[in-house]
Write a protein of this length. Structure first.
Length: 438
């Protein structure tokens, strides 16, 4: 039986070897992708209007979509100070601890400086500089992501970007304001959704244009980031970072309660999140699903998690090698290894945003305070994109210089290749200099 039908289970349990190719593909398909055409239509309209009408359209969308009734979308210095004062002291201490861990880890991500004589008299170098202006998007709404403010702002602080702005849906959380301020952000806007991305990408009377936009979001935010990044007049983006997802790879000796907790920690993010369990045992899959059912009843975001679980799956395979293959195919944002010997397969798991090794390394550590960044590629983009790091806030460029002797020595190599490509002006740029040296 390819699928174990049980109305008590919130996730389907599927036997991988009994699925045909189409069913296997369906089991690993993200739910948000199915509505991308409609999302693109909505987001394109928002971007077009804000680009043409500036603040007029921005404030309209802010009222209709964000339900913001304030006159100024940017927080004043006084509002920022007041928000910081209202944050509970215990929460401040937690934010401060997380800030230090994140800062320490990201500060070690220093650019590699290369200076190499590649040919006698020819020296090549790499240089870096911070991107001039960056925009940070911090999701809010039903779950204001205080931790994301740290994850985005700390690398900008280390990279020393000259201009940093932050947008988050209104009413913006006091804790988000505190975390952003802790990491050096001075301009904060009550602004969410695709309209925030559009405003940062093109600029309005109230929001400055930035060169690159960072941060996760729902499918509307993700679509907006994709569209503005495809426009030379828009802005670059960090990565496609949309609805959260996790794949838990567990063997028979894993603790089903731990597995269930990890699945639910991602399912509660939003109804378009997805969680996947891959295991070698039908019996273990059932035990994990039973644990999911028990723990689900205690969650304040039960209804949201239920919607995500309805689009999620437990896959039963024959071998640990198949588990690895499925994980690499799915390329999860978060990958959790609850197996007896995780180091035996760790090197084979090449497609993941961030990997959490062992029974006592829940994904929650990376979300908040271990030090790694929780802004990660989703939708399978972990095959080609990396976890957010300090280098993403910098731009690398190269420098080269040649002595007279270096030019003379390499001249024939360049002119021969220029001839082969039929680019006479390229050849001549070398020839006129060599003649001058005679």
């Amino acid at each position: 039986m390819a699928c174990l039908k049980d109305k008590k289970l919130k996730m389907e349990v599927k036997i991988w070897k009994e699925l045909d190719a189409a069913q296997k593909n369906e089991a690993l398909t993200r739910p948000a992708q199915s509505s991308s055409d409609k999302v693109q239509e909505i987001v394109s309209n928002i971007i077009s209007r804000i680009r043409k009408e500036g603040d007029h359209a921005l404030f309209e969308f802010s009222k209709t979509l964000d339900r913001y009734e304030g006159e100024n979308i940017e927080l004043s210095d006084e509002e920022i100070a007041s928000a910081c004062q209202r944050v509970d002291e215990n929460l401040k201490k937690s934010i401060d601890t997380a800030y230090e861990n994140i800062k320490n880890f990201h500060a070690e991500q220093t650019p590699k400086v290369v200076k190499l004589e590649t040919f006698p008299g020819i020296v090549c170098e790499t240089h870096t500089h911070p991107i001039d202006s960056v925009g940070l998007y911090v999701p809010g709404g039903s779950a204001p992501l205080v931790s994301t403010a740290l994850m985005l702002a700390v690398p900008a602080q280390i990279a020393k970007n000259p201009e940093v702005i932050l947008c988050s849906p209104p009413p913006i959380s006091d804790a988000i304001v505190y975390a952003a301020t802790k990491a050096g952000v001075k301009r904060i806007f009550n602004l969410g959704g695709a309209q925030a991305v559009a405003a940062m990408a093109y600029g309005t009377e109230s929001v400055p244009k930035v060169s690159k936009i960072f941060g996760p979001g729902n499918q509307f935010v993700t679509m907006a980031k994709r569209l503005v990044s495809n426009d030379a007049s828009g802005a670059a983006i960090d990565m496609p970072a949309g609805p959260s997802e996790v794949l838990v790879l567990a063997d028979n000796k894993a603790n089903p309660e731990f597995v269930a907790a990890d699945l639910l920690s991602q399912a509660e993010h939003g109804p378009d999140s997805q969680v996947i369990l891959v295991t070698e045992s039908v019996e273990f899959a059932k035990r994990a699903m039973e644990a999911v059912n028990r723990q689900l009843e205690e969650l304040p975001r039960k209804e949201i998690a239920l919607k995500a679980l309805s689009k999620s799956t437990a896959l039963v395979v024959d071998t640990i090698e198949e588990c690895v293959k499925i994980s690499n195919q799915y390329a999860p944002e978060h990958l959790i290894l609850q197996v007896e010997d995780p180091d035996a397969i760790l090197g084979s798991l090449v497609n993941a945003g961030s990997i959490f090794v062992g029974a006592y390394t829940p994904e929650s550590l990376g979300d908040y305070a271990s030090g790694t960044n929780h802004t990660l590629p989703t939708y399978g983009y972990a095959k080609t994109y990396s976890a957010l790091g300090t280098d993403d806030y910098r731009r690398r460029y190269t420098v080269q210089r040649a002595t007279k002797e270096g030019l003379k020595g390499i001249a024939s190599t360049v002119t021969t290749m220029a001839d082969a490509e039929g680019l006479g002006a390229h050849k001549n740029a070398v020839v006129v200099r060599v003649k001058d040296l005679v």
